[in-house]
Design a protein around this ligand. Structure first.
Ligand code: NAP
Length: 539
């Protein structure tokens, strides 16, 4: 259990909705942030007319007032006059989160806790540490720095900033104890003297907390692991789809799935490496297993575009710049083959397949495995029976296709690959000595089983698409779609139309994850709990 706080950030257009959301957030959050910039201008006055009600709420749970400009991530354009009015309204309730430019001008000393925040929604500023020193030089109680991580290695400086913030905090704590409350007295002096008095010069003992946030999917892990490593607070949305900043996790997921408040610096970290981790079900599946066995381990999204840089700067003991307790990875598109060159050991099955979907880290060494093959064949055998001599058409020639061909050949099936780009697929066909055909509008009446190993139909750009239609499926005995989001793909609907039995990708997803859990923890994974988590999400 760590000491960090979860803050639910609430964005509502009307005062009525705002109060309703605060009521719902009370039971889940440690702190609630009210994004006053979300309210329509007339509703802003309306909410402040319920000042007493807000005070009563603040008695139960700390409330943060935020009124942010569009450039700082606010939800509507604000004039300077509106900002001045807001921050000097005399309605100071609880905590305030204010940007640097307005910090000293407002009646800041009246607030109970003051956050000074900096946001960059475009990327990682080159002068991040200068910005930190500038924000720190205000007399804010809490320093919040949020920058966009466009790739995972952009999170490194942010993480180092957390380390620096904690060192500075310890230094401030160890200085001579204060005889009286400098902060309050000097805040009052500041009020009397206007801008002229720069408080920070007189407040060397101010102990400031830090909240570093890497925004975006690549930065999501910092929101999940920050509390375990000393960040004062992490921000979460009340509901999924109601995020107030990129990469925010819902509070329920932060608490129930990632167990963010139960983690500590010794927590073992696992994660999914891929170029789009936002659609992955793996965090739900693997965290359900860790939770079931009550392990001090967590599984986080690690969205990575440049795998080489991730390995060099964040993983390899000899070159990494930050220390995270990585114990293993699940690997997905497009890194299943390119990861091989980074491994210290390659399992025999993974070598034959030529693709790795699982990495276990033992004493800093990376061991690669492939659980897709077993995960693929198990549901097929239990649904179809023996596949000895069965004629199987595989659509696609990527990493998943490799694992399927290996598993099918090992079980005695006769495989043909169908690919859109024959030149690209040639080496796969040669590696496994299988026939290669072009993926066209052909029918599959000479085949028993059709396997879709392309991303067509997957949530995102390809959702609703299908590699083949009902009329092409006639004569087949089974259609197996590896795509698992959505639960019912367009191809599966085409199979229904053609009245052909089908299997969706979910069965394989769970089966291969169970194998991954065995590799990582040596334990039998709880299939029921893992499946339930996915079904909850996919309906
Ligand atoms: P991958 O390595 O990127 O390979 C994708 C293959 O699909 C490539 O051959 C690609 O052809 C082909 N393809 C892509 N778009 C296409 C299109 N519009 N029309 C025809 N072919 C197209 O991906 P992967 O790792 O093999 O994964 C493939 C699918 O299987 C994904 O949807 C993935 O989610 C799913 N999968 C599911 C599980 C599970 O547990 N259920 C496990 C692994 C994978 P080009 O080479 O020409 O681009």
């Amino acid at each position: 259990m760590n000491k960090g706080k979860i803050c639910i950030s609430i964005c509502a257009e009307t005062a009525k909705d705002l109060f309703a959301q605060i009521k719902r957030a009370e039971d889940l959050a440690d702190v609630i942030e009210i994004r006053f910039d979300c309210l329509r201008p007339n509703e802003l006055d309306n909410s402040y007319s319920k000042f007493v009600e807000l005070w009563e709420m603040h008695e139960k749970i700390p409330l943060i007032s935020t009124f942010r400009t569009k450039e700082q991530g606010g939800f509507r354009e604000l004039t300077q006059e509106e900002r001045d009015d807001f921050w000097n309204s005399g309605n100071e309730i609880g905590w305030a989160d204010c940007e640097e430019d307005i910090f000293e001008d407002s009646w800041y000393w009246l607030w109970e806790n003051r956050i000074c925040s900096y946001h960059d929604f475009n990327g990682l500023p080159h002068n991040l540490f200068e910005i930190y020193e500038r924000v720190k030089a205000t007399d804010a109680d809490i320093i919040k720095i949020a920058v966009q991580a466009n790739d995972i290695t952009d999170t490194i400086p942010l993480w180092k900033l957390l380390e620096k913030g904690l060192i500075d905090k310890e230094k401030a704590k160890s200085r001579k104890p204060k005889k009286f409350n400098y902060s309050l007295k000097l805040r009052f002096l500041n009020f009397l003297s206007g801008d002229s008095l720069k408080l920070q010069k007189y407040m060397p003992n101010l102990v400031q907390e830090i909240i570093p946030i890497a925004m975006g999917e690549s930065g999501k892990w910092t929101r999940i692991l920050g509390l375990a490593h000393g960040a004062f607070m992490t921000y979460a949305s009340l509901d999924e789809g109601k995020e107030t900043a990129p990469g925010q996790v819902s509070t329920k997921d932060l608490i129930d799935v990632y167990r963010a408040k139960e983690l500590d610096e010794t927590t073992e970290i696992y994660g999914i490496l891929g170029s789009n981790t936002s659609v992955s079900m793996s965090p739900y599946i693997h965290n359900a297993a860790f939770k079931f066995h009550n392990l001090n381990a967590v599984f986080v999204p690690l969205q990575t575009h440049n795998l080489d840089e991730f390995m060099r700067r964040m993983v390899k003991p000899e070159t990494r710049e930050i220390e995270l307790n990585f114990k293993g990875f699940s690997v997905t598109i497009p890194h299943k083959q390119t990861i091989i060159k980074h491994l210290d050991y390659l399992d025999e099955t993974a070598k034959k397949i030529g693709a790795v979907n699982t990495v276990k880290i033992i004493d800093g060494k990376l061991h690669g495995y492939n659980t897709d093959a077993k995960g693929f064949i198990e549901p097929l055998l239990s649904s179809y029976g023996d596949v000895q001599n069965a004629k199987v058409a595989i659509l696609g020639a990527g990493g998943a296709a490799r694992a399927c061909i290996y598993a099918l050949q090992s079980a005695g099936a006769d495989v043909t690959i169908f690919a859109r780009d024959l030149a690209k697929a040639k080496s796969l066909a040669e590696d496994f000595e299988v026939e290669l055909r072009e993926l066209t509008k052909t029918d599959f009446k000479d085949f028993d089983i059709l396997v879709n190993a392309t991303p067509l139909g997957m949530k995102g750009k390809a959702e609703g698409e299908t590699p083949v239609f009902a009329e092409q499926l006639k004569g087949l005995h089974l259609v197996y779609d590896l795509v698992y989001v959505p639960f019912q793909t367009r191809l599966m609907k085409e199979a229904d139309k053609a009245e052909i039995p089908k299997i969706g990708g979910m069965a394989m997803l769970i089966a291969q994850a169970i194998e991954q859990q065995k590799i990582w923890t040596g334990l039998d994974a709880p299939m029921k709990e893992m499946s339930a988590e996915v079904l909850k999400r996919l309906g």
